[in-house]
Design a protein around this ligand. Structure first.
Ligand code: ZN
Length: 268
């Protein structure tokens, strides 16, 4: 039987220029992804990875503009590097996730279980302070570029998406990922809340989606795939029973190569 080998741990931070001046920053050991979005006056950094080493020094190599952080959600691999930045934002509905999971202690434990993660646990940034609250519809003017916050409960109950209004690029965090999206943790929203989120995101007519894990660049068709899956679940289809990452027993459904997993407490 053929067995898939996991990819080797990523050793160095890698920067990839995307369209519209957006820079993808991918961090060790498994490619945690942040996006640097510059305007003419300031730049937004969307997510800060796990907080291994100094993301700020990487960012300062890329821009001389003042930088502030927007977290798509409070998971350790998205808000872990916040402590290096003075101005940070997250939805207040996500404060509980952030306070439990972005701490140094939680991240140490989490990264130690990743390939190549043990030695990186000593390089983690400290527990970050609580970010400022975002509100639904809030707009950030970066100078010649505006970012709009869209509340997007799904993967977590306080997740947000961010629309770059000029280019139609939608940053979806860990929602609507092209490979697999999960709603199997205590902090996930419900299936009907996620369906409503997908409908809101689709109504924005985004041209491109950038999510938090590889493969991280996709088209808006990924929203349709996820909507189809939510409709299947809400019309009674359970999906295939599996043991999910973290050990919980849940269900998996697939649509054109995109998968979605959930545990039954998120039905409804
Ligand atoms: Zn997440």
């Amino acid at each position: 039987m053929e067995r898939k080998m996991p990819p080797p741990p990523q050793k160095e931070t890698a920067v990839t220029p995307l369209e519209e001046g957006i820079l993808e920053i991918s961090m060790p050991p498994v490619g945690f992804i942040s996006y640097l979005v510059p305007g003419s006056e300031r730049a937004a950094l969307i997510d800060t990875g796990m907080g291994v080493g100094s993301l700020r020094s990487e960012v300062e190599k890329l821009t001389s503009l003042p930088v502030f952080v927007i977290n798509t959600h409070g998971h350790p691999d998205h808000a872990g590097g916040n402590a290096e930045f003075e101005e940070t934002y997250i939805a207040p509905e996500e404060y509980d996730v952030f306070q439990r999971m972005a701490t140094l202690e939680f991240r140490k434990d989490d990264i130690s279980r990743m390939p190549g993660g043990k030695e990186l646990a000593e390089k983690l940034q400290p527990t970050p302070p609580l970010p400022k609250p975002l509100s639904d519809g809030q707009v950030f003017d970066l100078g010649g570029r505006t970012l709009r916050i869209i509340y997007a409960p799904g993967h977590t109950h306080g997740s947000i998406a961010i629309l770059d209004e000029g280019s139609g690029t939608l940053f979806t965090g860990d929602n609507a990922m092209s490979r697999n999206t999960s709603m199997h943790e205590w902090n996930s929203a419900t299936i009907s809340q996620y369906r409503a989120t997908l409908e809101r995101l689709k109504a924005l007519h985004p041209k491109k989606l950038l999510c938090g894990h590889r493969p991280n660049v996709s088209g808006p068709e990924v929203l349709d795939r996820h909507l189809k899956i939510m409709n299947r679940i809400l019309s009674g289809e359970k999906g295939e029973e599996r043991t999910l990452r973290g050990g919980a027993v849940g269900f998996v459904l697939e649509e054109e190569g995109s998968t979605f997993d959930y545990t039954p407490e998120h039905l409804g």
